[in-house]
Every structure is written in C-alpha cells, then in structure tokens.
Design a protein. Structure first.
Length: 288
C-alpha cells in the first residue's frame, strides 16, 4: 500500500463503505441494524471518530457484497487506520477539526496553499514559529506555546520522507514584509525559504504575488486555504479554510471546486518561480 496516514486510511475506508451501500441500495438503518450499533455511532464513524471492529467490518463487507479482493483492501485500510498518527500526542492541545486536518495533511501526496500575510507553516523556521505561537497562544502559558512549536515542526517532517510531500505554495508579498519576531527572525525566515526552494527544487513550487501584480487579489477576499490531494484515486480533493475565528475541513465538491478556482487565480497572478525567489532574496537583503 502506498504511503498514507491513519486518518486518511480511516476516511477512505468509510467513504468506500458508504459509496458501496449507496450502489447496493442498502440504507443506514439496515446497516446499523445488521451491525447492532446506534445511528449516532454510525454517524460518528463517518466523521472519522472511531473504527469498526474487524468482526463488524467483515460482517458489513459481506452485507454490502464486496468482491474478495476489495474486502482484503478494506481490511488492510482498517489495520492502517488503527495506528496512531503523530498528532495524537497533541490531542489535548488542538480541537477535533484541526486534529483531523493534521491527520489528512500527514497522508496527503500534494498540497496547494495560499497564504496572504504569513509564511506557510510547513516552511517556517523554528524562531518564526515560536514568535507566532507566543503571540497567539490564548493562555499565555510558555509550555503550551512550546508544545505548539514542536507540533508545527513535526508537521515539517513530511518534506524529508522518501515519498515526499509535493507543495505548490503562493504567498502575498505582505508575508515577506511583515516582521514576525523582529527583523532578524524575518530575515532568517526569508533565507530559509530560499534554501528550501533549492533543497526541494523537485517538490516545492514557491510563488509570490507582488503588491503591484496585475489582477487584484483584494477583490477576491480570500483567506488562508489549502487543497489536499492523495495517492489513492478513490479519494477526492479536500480543502482547508482558515480565518482568525474559523477553521474547517471542506469536503463538499462544489466548495472544493470554488477553492480550486481561487487557487488557480492566485497562481496565475503570481510571479514565476525564479522571479519570486529574486523578490524574496531582495527583501531579505533589505532587512539585513
């Protein structure tokens, strides 16, 4: 099985079960009766909370009339889904929606990102992360801020794995100018971006939208968002939308299509890769 994560494996398992039930005309009521579980429990499984026992899964596979080879695939997905993703260590720190996103991100093959005012989390230096977390941690507790720093740095491990994550990132010029943590932290962050672009030349496409870009991004009123794609052809693209007081995993196909349209717009408006890197370098030198 290609690289995935427990969260993605569990999501694919439930998605394929629901799709097969729809094809076979088996209602949720029939399923919960056959498995002797509650409707609420079945609903929670669909939201990635919990996992069917192997016995109940086998019973459901027979009920839904899966072919033998696909039954084995789904049982294997269940075994992967039983694992603990790295983010489980931080379950007391992050809310459920963010935990789910981290699980999906860990199992993604490609991510397309738009950030207007800050450097994307997967590309941040430790000092930049620490400055951000110290500023936004509601409790003001240094230990919580440090936990958030460690979690963000742990996310970045995906860049170095054999099946490396592929990133296509568009940022606004404001993200280069905003001095998070002060001028030296910001300068080092920009130098880090240049180093990453060189180190991951085959898997990182980094673009910048300058202030004088033709085609206003202000009129698009876009918040931070990401689009995640996966190795399995059975899995659709999902989105992640993030604003100051709102975050959400987006699965609705129409909303995902809207995010893809916006991403294509900002990618078209942005400078090319080499011009973007020159702008980053020029900004870093000015700060220095």
């Amino acid at each position: 099985m290609a690289r995935t994560s427990p969260a993605v494996a569990g999501w694919e398992l439930m998605l394929r079960l629901r799709e097969q039930a729809k094809r076979r005309g088996v209602s949720p009521k029939e399923i919960v009766n056959a498995l002797d579980v509650s409707q609420q429990y079945w609903s929670l499984l669909g939201k990635g909370k919990g996992l069917l026992t192997e016995e109940k899964l086998r019973k459901l596979l027979d009920l839904l009339d899966f072919e033998a080879d696909e039954q084995e695939e789904l049982l294997e997905l269940r075994m992967v889904a039983k694992g603990r993703g790295w983010q489980s260590e931080y379950s007391g720190l992050f809310h459920d929606e963010l935990m789910r996103y981290y699980g999906l991100e860990d199992g993604a093959q490609t991510i397309r990102s738009w950030e207007c005012a800050v450097i994307p989390g997967l590309l941040q230096t430790e000092d930049y992360v620490r400055a951000l977390m110290s500023a936004i941690t509601a409790t003001g507790r240094p230990t919580e801020a440090e936990q958030r720093v460690r979690a963000r740095l742990r996310r970045q491990a995906r860049l170095d794995e054999p099946e490396a994550l592929r990133l296509s990132v568009v940022i606004g010029q404001a993200a280069l100018m905003q001095q998070v943590g002060g001028p030296e932290v910001q300068r080092q962050q920009l130098v880090h971006l240049l180093e990453l672009a060189d180190e991951y030349a085959d898997t990182l496409d980094l673009r910048v939208i300058p202030f004088d870009a033709q085609g206003s991004i202000a009129a698009m009123n876009t918040s931070t968002f990401h689009l995640l794609d996966f190795v399995s052809p059975r899995l659709p693209t999902v989105g992640w939308v993030e604003a100051a007081l709102f975050v959400q995993v987006v699965e609705d196909s129409r909303r995902v299509a809207e995010l893809e349209f916006l991403y294509n717009r900002v990618h078209t408006i942005a400078l090319g890769r080499e011009d973007s890197l020159r702008l980053i370098d020029k900004t870093a030198r000015r700060i220095g």
